[in-house]
Write a protein that binds this ligand. Structure first.
Ligand code: F6P
Length: 479
């Protein structure tokens, strides 16, 4: 059996290097996680894989043909190319100005445009067109994320017997939020997802919210997460996505042994380091995080010159206006904090608007004393898990938002409500004062948890349910 991964993005994104067209690794949890999985080998019972997705718009001076030619050297990657219109109305538009804010429970930031919906349908059809010529009935198709919620049903219509999984990497909202969508859109989105045999979410809460929408909007009941449609059974369950634990653990050991850590820390003698890493996104709660840090500095002058916040924000969705506004707000606040508290030899916030490589990130995870991760809402948040996996000495503190999916597994973290600035400020102070023994205890438990359910287990679990569902359907058909 072949595994066909379908996701909005390919694991590589095109860039211009000098006069040539090149590729860089795509950022974000989905590609990082699935890439790690494929490096580890094919999931259980599958012989081969390919990945269908978008490689980004061709850089200036190159066209689609050049892009296709360059990708031909990576035969496992099947490109879906967008027109500029599709990029604007589907990717920046319906996906990231409607579904993204709404599913993160931010309806006041959500826009609803009919022409963007039309392009969303078109984009899903485009993925189907790329898939159809290559699909075989015995393939396992695994569709990912909110960009492609209509696709499972589109594939089902063409290939009634094929096995399809759908996994949502962002939160599924509560019924009262989901129903804000125009009724035709919300019914079609649910119908689209229900074309799959297995529908997966990061947490049980998201799965339950989805089942409630299925009941209230599509009128279908479930028994223990199994939904009977006219002629099929759809299994709905949570699969908390893991990370490549061993990669981070190994990199951390190497960083410690090579002396890179000590070299890095030379510039921070006598200081504690707080680390914050995200894509620059308004759902990540960066403004509240900075306000919490500002309040902490105001309340605790004893920590001045003894702590620095390293804030890394990777550029993301820069054509969506809300992201541009958020960047300005963050940069003003960083300037305000550094202006108010900074000293000639101390910059309280070290702000970096950059995409870091794996090695650079690993070094930061190893050297920080505290990771400060405060999204307003987040499907999972793999950064929290990467930090924990990198703490091979079992020390360090994770401050984690209760509204990140990861908080349901990493219960020994210092859990805070990201909307309450004082909670963030107090958590920073408490974390910096935790004893070695307290740190060790919490970190050991969290490491055990994420080692036990890493990205390979996650995929095996999901694909295992898909193969089970295939057997059930085959048996039912034979009766
Ligand atoms: O986690 C949600 C998600 O959209 C993923 O699909 C992706 O890995 C990440 O955010 C980055 O987003 P984008 O592909 O829009 O850059």
């Amino acid at each position: 059996m072949r595994l066909i991964i379908v996701a909005n993005r390919l694991p590589v994104t095109t860039v211009r290097r000098g006069t040539t067209l090149a590729f860089k690794p795509s950022i974000g949890g989905l590609t990082t996680g699935l890439n790690a999985l494929l490096r580890a080998g094919n999931p259980k019972g599958l012989d081969d894989y390919c990945w269908v997705g978008w490689p980004g718009l061709p850089p200036a001076g190159f066209d689609d043909e050049a892009l296709r030619a360059a990708l031909a050297e990576m035969p496992r990657y099947v490109p879906v190319l967008y027109s500029k219109k599709l990029y604007k109305d589907f990717y920046s538009g319906f996906c990231n100005s409607c579904l993204w804010p709404l599913f993160h429970a931010l309806p006041t930031l959500t826009t609803y445009q009919e022409w963007q919906w039309t392009q969303y349908v078109r984009a899903n059809e485009l993925y189907l067109e790329a898939l159809a010529p290559m699909l075989r009935e015995d393939d396992v198709v695994w569709v990912h994320d909110y960009h492609l919620m209509l696709l499972p049903q589109m594939i089902r219509q063409k290939f009634p017997r094929i096995t399809i999984g759908f996994f949502l990497h962002i939160p599924f909202p509560h019924y009262e939020i989901f129903r804000i969508l125009p009724s035709a859109w919300r019914s079609q989105l649910l119908k689209g997802m229900m074309g799959a045999d297995v529908v997966g979410f990061h947490t049980n809460d998201y799965a339950q919210d989805f089942l409630k929408c299925i009941l209230k909007i599509s009128g279908l009941e479930n028994k223990d997460g199994l939904v009977m449609t006219q002629n099929r059974i759809v299994a709905v369950r949570n699969y908390p996505m893991g990370i490549a634990y061993d990669d981070f653990h190994r990199a951390a050991l190497e960083t410690e042994a090579s002396g890179k850590k000590n070299e890095f820390l030379k510039d921070f003698q006598g200081q504690k380091l707080i680390l914050s890493v995200d894509r620059l996104d308004y759902t990540k709660g960066v403004v509240n995080r900075l306000l919490g840090y500002e309040q902490f500095l105001a309340k605790h002058p004893e920590w001045h010159q003894k702590v620095s916040l390293i804030m890394v924000l990777a550029p993301s969705r820069t054509d969506v206006s809300l992201y541009g506004r958020m960047k300005k707000e963050i940069e003003m606040l960083v300037g305000k904090i550094n202006g108010a508290f900074g000293q000639p030899h101390w910059t309280p916030v070290l702000y970096q608007y950059q995409t870091k490589s794996f090695d650079e990130l690993s070094l930061l995870y190893v050297t920080a004393d505290v990771a400060l991760i405060t999204p307003l809402r987040d499907g999972m948040n793999l950064i929290a898990k990467e930090f924990v996996a990198s703490r091979s000495r079992q020390n360090g503190v994770l401050i984690l938002s209760e509204l990140a999916g990861a908080s349901q597994e990493l219960i020994e973290a210092k859990i805070i409500n990201p909307f309450h600035i004082r909670e963030i400020a107090d958590a920073i102070d408490e974390s910096l004062n935790l004893t070695e023994a307290e740190q060790h205890d919490a970190m050991t438990r969290m490491r055990r948890q994420i080692k036990g359910y890493d990205v390979v287990r996650w995929a095996d679990d999901f694909v295992g349910d898909l193969t089970k569902s295939r057997k059930t359907m085959d048996a039912l058909r034979q009766k």
